[in-house]
Design a binder for this molecule. Structure first.
Ligand SMILES: [Zn+2]
Length: 149
């Protein structure tokens, strides 16, 4: 029998309702905290609760929080948000680095398969895909590889 594990208990998939498939409700990435860059830190639980209540008022019922352990996941804060809003929250299990590096898809696969697709889709959307890749992967490699130990 399949089920969905939420922070407040297992439910049947049919009970998920309207689900937001990728959010970061509360996360304090160690890399950005160490660098003092607050743009990528979400640590105001009351502000997150207001956002979730807005989602709920629009008919939302469940949220998948994609914050991984190495990106500063905080299950206690997320459970508090879930309990105070009544929104079911499903959290990520794995680490980001594992998904990309050893034990995951691997850098060679990403460079061969994802980068060309990213460039094409960015170009189609009116951006300069190669310039974006250069910005993210070459000019700011600390961002691209922020999660490597
Ligand atoms: Zn994300």
């Amino acid at each position: 029998m399949s089920f969905v594990r939420t922070l407040t208990g297992d439910i049947a998939p049919a009970d998920l309702g309207v689900t937001y498939a990728h959010d970061h409700l509360y996360c304090v990435p160690p890399f950005w905290k160490e660098k003092g860059d607050v743009d990528l830190i979400i640590d105001d639980i009351e502000a997150s609760i207001k956002d979730v209540e807005l989602f709920k008022s629009a008919g939302g019922q469940s949220i998948y929080d994609a914050t991984t352990l190495d990106y500063g996941r905080d299950p206690v804060a997320l459970r508090t948000i879930s309990e105070r809003t009544g929104i079911r929250i499903i959290i990520a299990r794995r680490t980001m680095y594992r998904n990309y590096g050893e034990g995951g898809l691997g850098l060679a696969y990403i460079l061969k398969s994802w980068v060309p697709r990213f460039v094409d889709e960015a170009d189609e959307a009116g951006f300069n895909g190669q310039a974006l890749i250069k910005t993210f992967m070459i000019d700011n490699p600390q961002r691209a590889f922020a999660f490597k130990n």
